[in-house]
Design a protein around this ligand. Sequence first.
Ligand SMILES: [Zn+2]
Length: 340
Amino acid sequence: MEKKEFYSFYRNIPKAEIHIHIEAVISKESIKKLYLKKNGTEFSDSSLEELFSYSDLNGFITAFLQVQDLFTEVSDFDLVFEDLKNYLLRNGIIHCEAFFAPSAFIKKGFSYKEMTKNFAKNIKKIKDETGITVWLSGDVSRTFGLENAENNFKMFSENPFEGFIGIGLGGAESKGPSRDFGPVFEKALAAGYHAVAHAGEDQGPQSIWDALKICHAQRIGHGISAIQDEKLMDFCAEKQIPFEVAPTSNVFTKKFVKSLSEHPFRAFFDRGMLVTLNTDDPLFFGVELLDEYWNAYSQMNFSHEELKQVILNSFKASFLSQIEKEKAISEVEKAWKNKK
Ligand SMILES: [Zn+2]
């Protein structure tokens, strides 16, 4: 199938995306608007290109911080959600489970309560306008230790909002090993929230074992170092532990893979693991969900039937109810029938 035909066909197949950070869905146009509002001068195209011309992790972090720095008030998130809505529509995503990381904004003086009011308003707006469901998990952050993570969870649970589903463990994996965060996962799960962890993105397979055995994480974000551990892959296949894989992000960070063709996504799939495709940070890695499916087709040798399975996996791995999952799966089957 040619690229153009591939994109137009796959756009019409309903999909879920379950690993994406909302701050990273903002568009360059919105960045320009925020810049103008904050500084009173235009952000030139060349400066914008320069900001996004990085090729390493430090450049990415600099750009990420610089974008966060442009937010001056809670209503700036309206732009993020408008961009998120357009992104979801462009990529044929009907259900999205995304992360938000409030810490940097709270440090700027934003009220968490006001932020969540804004999130709930925008989630409802997207649902009303498009029928797409957006659910959010708060990143408790692993970078500043367990106590900070527990305080974050306390703040989340004391200010629940429509669309809030649980916690994620993100941040620097080397600074905050999964094994240190068992207590915050225990609290979140006991309170009926969902709990997932980035693991095996930057650290070896032990980090994934710890996320599963100590934290009881319900899903693994990335998990690519599982390829180094046969027992772990067998365990995850047997238990059907969902993996939220984001190949382009992994190639960018260059920790375990240098190119898409050597990415373990193919090996995980062949092993019978419950793997899903995601973008992580679309703006910063210059990738959208349809691109990730195209990459799997054109560079990882995935057939259409296999990609259909990956799409079905995205719903199976989601936190939708069984009835909602079955409905979504039958919609995929229906749309798939149009395939020539
Ligand atoms: Zn992530």
